[in-house]
Ligand binder design. Structure first.
Ligand code: HEC
Length: 128
């Protein structure tokens, strides 16, 4: 394939992904989709953790329970970089109302909790 044609093909593929992905994500009724984490506990007892973690948990509970329960994030593991992308993605959703500072607090809580939680909370993905 000639380079120009190859660039054109790649460009078309990328632009299709950007056009189609948001439409798919936003048209799904969040209440109708069950994610693996949704099946686990929706709360974390943070009373024995530092004040900083307790404060970041409060932000997490307030900001990440609007469209789905916090269980969706509490019961899944992701590498730190993927949490960052996931939280940014949530911040971009219509009327998410999550500030940059909120996002950082949520990131702090989720990465802390991931390294702390009992291993039995980790669930394998469930195919629906
Ligand atoms: C404005 C609504 C809304 C808010 C607020 C929201 N979410 Fe979501 N979330 C969704 C929707 C819709 C989906 C399913 C579609 C998708 O994955 O984009 C989802 C999916 C998820 C998933 C499963 C997909 C993945 O990337 O692993 C996780 C985890 C998650 N949200 C975490 C969070 C966290 C953490 C917060 C708080 C920072 C949050 N959500 C706030 C709407 C929201």
């Amino acid at each position: 394939m000639r380079p120009a044609i190859r660039y054109l093909a790649v460009g078309i593929c990328l632009s299709l992904t950007w056009l189609v992905a948001p439409v798919q994500a936003e048209n799904v009724d969040p209440a109708a989709v069950v994610f693996p984490g949704d099946r686990g506990p929706a709360k974390v007892n943070v009373s024995s953790y530092s004040k900083e973690i307790q404060a970041s948990y409060k932000v997490f509970e307030a900001k990440c329970s609007k469209c789905h329960t916090p269980a969706r994030a509490i019961n899944v593991d992701k590498p730190a970089g993927e949490w960052k992308m996931c939280i940014k993605r949530m911040m971009l959703k219509p009327s998410a109302n999550i500030s940059k500072a909120d996002g950082k607090a949520v990131y702090k809580f989720l990465t802390f909790w991931q390294g702390t939680k009992p291993k039995k909370n980790i669930q394998e993905p469930v195919l629906n």
